[in-house]
Ligand binder design. Structure first.
Ligand SMILES: C[S@@+](CC[C@H](N)C(=O)[O-])C[C@H]1O[C@@H](n2cnc3c(N)ncnc32)[C@H](O)[C@@H]1O
Length: 395
């Protein structure tokens, strides 16, 4: 076995060229997640990010290669992976049209069959600088196992639950890695933790070993640690290995661990916000007490218990569409019924009903939201609304 560049409990990093390194690793693994070079950097392409044209170049490791060169490269690392993968293990490989057909060809020749081809759909893709093609907004993940394997791990029930009680589909809408997962620095092609969470949840059990031959900033390893799996990563760049170490060491702080785990497991498509109008003095009292109340029903100032209500995890309190404040609810998707008299004890003065739906929120921590919410948006401001969290914060 090679000497690790870094090792802490169940997280090990090796430095070097994977084409060679993988040959000297002996540990059988349950799952491989590979995010290899896509070979799409020409060095002179440009991409529009927030209105600015930025040179598109991921690095030398991503330089365009001929079809034969790509096949040769993919065959080499995939053969080594094939040796390390347990009989009932599965492999995930990311790509775009630049590399994915070559990967599929190699996998087929190595005796693998495709279980699924997942489309990773990015909701906010950068503009593709061309009026001759569609805007790229997806990447693909091949999920494969040996042709002879019938009993690979597939946690159908976990994904069913994650997908709100219906069968998980093969299109995953997940935002690119954003600020909350870049606190230790950023890799130019960093995958979002939520993508890894789904793949690992689908195809491994706690305690399983996961290998990533192109570790980058070790998103796979960070998700593995957060999910109680063992990790082996290979990476040639010292810069990215050091970034990986910073990301891993961050998890030694239990608060940071729990915060990252919670955000990784959250499906922002699913998380809803109760958006409630309150006059300025009432809003101030709500923020002071951590109590938001409203009536339930169709009328002015009420909230409808409707689709998404059970997924409500935040409250946003505003006055006439401005001066909005966002907080996390203390319990998801539920409310208490309080009498008018109880609310009076907390300094409120409700007038229109004997009973109210009360939502308790954590007023010690206001959540900043960079997106300017369009709270008016042709909707009656006085009606409490349930809206997706993604309307307010980067997800
Ligand atoms: C697409 S990136 C992986 C990004 C990673 N999934 C993340 O979330 O940070 C590919 C990585 O593979 C590394 N790499 C490319 N060719 C390699 C090779 N032959 N051996 C080892 N690492 C390599 C690059 O330095 C780069 O960091």
């Amino acid at each position: 076995m090679p000497t690790p560049y870094y090792s802490i409990s169940d997280f090990t990093l090796y430095q070097g060229d994977s084409l060679e390194l993988l040959k000297s690793i002996d540990e059988p693994v349950d799952m491989i997640f590979a995010d290899p070079p896509y070979f799409l950097s020409t060095g002179n392409g440009k991409v529009n990010i927030n209105g600015q044209y930025i040179k598109f170049d991921k690095g030398n490791w991503d330089r365009v290669r001929t079809r034969d060169e790509k096949n040769e490269f993919n065959m080499k690392w995939l053969s080594s992976c094939c040796r390390l993968l347990k009989e009932n293990g599965t492999i995930w490989v990311c790509g775009t049209y630049h590399n994915i057909f070559s990967v599929e060809k190699c996998l087929d020749e190595l005796g693998f069959k495709i279980i699924n081809m997942v489309v990773w759909q990015k909701p906010d893709p950068p503009t593709t600088l061309s009026d001759k093609r569609l805007n790229f907004c997806a990447e693909y993940l091949i999920w494969a196992t040996r042709k002879r394997c019938k009993d690979y791990t597939f946690n159908y029930d976990d994904l069913f639950k994650l997908n709100g009680g219906t069968q998980m589909q093969d299109v995953w809408k997940i935002s690119a890695a954003s600020a909350w997962e870049n606190k230790c620095g950023k890799h130019p092609t960093q995958k979002p933790l939520r993508l890894l969470y789904r793949a690992i949840l689908a195809s491994t059990k706690p305690g399983d070993t996961i290998l990533d031959p192109f570790s980058g900033s070790s998103t796979t390893g960070i998700a593995a640690t957060l999910m109680n799996r063992r990790y082996i990563g290979c990476e040639m760049s010292q810069e990215f290995l050091d970034l990986s170490i910073r990301r891993r060491e961050q998890l030694c702080d239990s608060n940071a661990f729990m915060a990252l785990k919670r955000r990784m497991e959250e499906d922002p498509e699913e998380v809803m916000v109760l958006v409630n109008h309150a006059r300025t003095d009432l809003k101030e009292q709500m923020i002071k007490t951590g109590i938001c109340y409203t009536r339930v029903g169709e009328s002015k100032g009420s909230v409808l218990v409707t689709y998404g209500f059970e997924r409500m995890q935040y409250v946003l309190i505003h006055t006439n569409g401005t001066d909005a404040h966002l907080f996390r609810l203390k319990s998801k998707g539920s409310f208490q019924i309080w009498s008018k008299e109880t609310l009076v004890k907390y300094g409120f003065n409700p007038e229109s009903s004997p009973y109210y739906a009360v939502f308790l929120f954590d007023n010690s921590h206001e959540i900043p939201f960079p997106k300017t919410p369009n709270l008016r948006n042709k909707i009656m401001t006085y009606r409490a609304k349930i809206r997706p969290l993604g309307d307010f914060i980067e997800i």
